[in-house]
Design a protein. Structure first.
Length: 357
């Protein structure tokens, strides 16, 4: 660019932006308001530098509504002049006083000249450009507004798109914050599901299926959605059950990754087993057993020394166990009613025979 003059007028102090890795264009398709036009204002955000907005005068302004207040980092104004001229461009964020940046530059005749207005990240919804030139009508093929985010943020956004969520930039920011703060939850207003932080486990075979890598997203067989965000196996999930539910979910997964039980439980089956364990643990009324895939499971209050919460195993006699603090087992800890009745009949028979003697 020729004869470049640059000055900044700031109503608020600026702080340095954190290091970011990905620049993302967010203004395409956003609504635009202009002071006047000979060409439609929507050309400014249609993603096509071959279409124009023309103010029809030596000065003009255009304002993009991002439709939410978000951190932005850069604006590119594509200047155009016929004949060649010197143009002064003023960028204003959120009104006249919030933030103003001004540039004056020479624009060659019939040559699109991108002008980058770069600044430390600032919250803005309205991005306004005021342009004046002494000897040419103001024209512009495109105005582009950018944000700086991380690759993990991009994973989150892309997963939302794949899930059909249509999260806004601000909603994606809030979801990404759930991941970075590691202890919150968030439910986008446009979403029927709440998302939670998942600390680990996506990178190994387990309750969420086979191991995944950063950037992958999926819906598991129980209906919960997951986004693997980093190489440590952490991410976001819609799983909203207690930890014990998750342990059962892992024990009842398909044997495609060497599961000891070789079971393939569905959501309702895991829920029924969880209800059995919860009732037994808390002394509530419950059935004696729950049958899943032809196997009867019983509650046991046994504290399995040497095992860790979530462990499941098969003993030497083929009995199965799941440790949840107390647990579940296929070993019937109490004789079933029919067995008790048969034992009583046998005892009565022995007594009767003795009396006959």
């Amino acid at each position: 660019m020729k004869n470049l003059f640059f000055s900044i007028i700031i109503g608020l102090s600026l702080t340095a932006s954190p290091a970011m890795s990905v620049e993302i264009l967010i203004s395409t398709g956003k609504p635009v308001t202009v002071n006047a036009h000979q060409e439609t204002a929507s050309n400014l955000t249609d993603g096509n530098t071959g279409t124009f907005w023309n103010s029809g005068s030596y000065s003009g302004w255009a304002q993009i509504d991002l439709q939410e207040s978000i951190l932005i980092s850069k604006v590119i104004y594509h200047a155009w002049a016929n004949p060649a001229s010197s143009e002064t461009i003023a960028l204003r964020l959120n009104g006249e006083a919030s933030y103003t940046m001004t540039r004056t530059l020479s624009v060659l005749q019939n040559t699109r000249t991108p002008v980058t207005l770069d600044f430390a990240d600032r919250n803005a919804r309205y991005v306004k450009l005021e342009v004046s030139a002494p000897g040419t009508w103001i024209a512009c093929p495109e105005i582009q507004v950018y944000i700086d985010r991380t690759q993990e943020w991009v994973y989150t956004r892309d997963a939302g798109t794949a899930f059909g969520k249509n999260w806004t930039t601000g909603q994606t920011d809030a979801l990404y914050q759930v991941y970075t703060t590691t202890h919150t939850s968030y439910k986008p207003s446009s979403d029927s599901e709440t998302w939670y932080y998942n600390a680990s486990g996506y990178d190994v075979n387990g309750k969420w299926g086979l191991a995944h890598t950063a950037g992958e997203y999926w819906t598991d067989k129980y209906g919960f959605k997951h986004i693997d965000i980093d190489s440590s196996g952490a991410g976001l999930t819609t799983f909203d059950k207690p930890a014990e539910w998750g342990y059962l979910a892992e024990a009842g997964y398909t044997d495609s990754f060497g599961d000891l039980f070789g079971q393939d439980w569905n959501y309702d089956e895991v829920q029924s087993l969880y209800d059995l364990w919860f009732s037994g643990r808390n002394g509530l009324a419950a059935p004696q057993y729950v049958e899943v895939d032809g196997v009867k499971w019983y509650y046991t209050g046994q504290d399995f020394a040497g095992y860790t919460l979530g462990d499941y195993w098969v003993d030497t006699e083929g009995n199965r166990f799941i440790y949840l603090g107390s647990g579940l087992t296929t070993l019937n800890p109490v004789p079933e009613p029919l067995t008790v009745s048969m034992l009583l009949l046998a005892v009565i028979g022995v007594i009767a025979r003795r009396k006959m003697r």
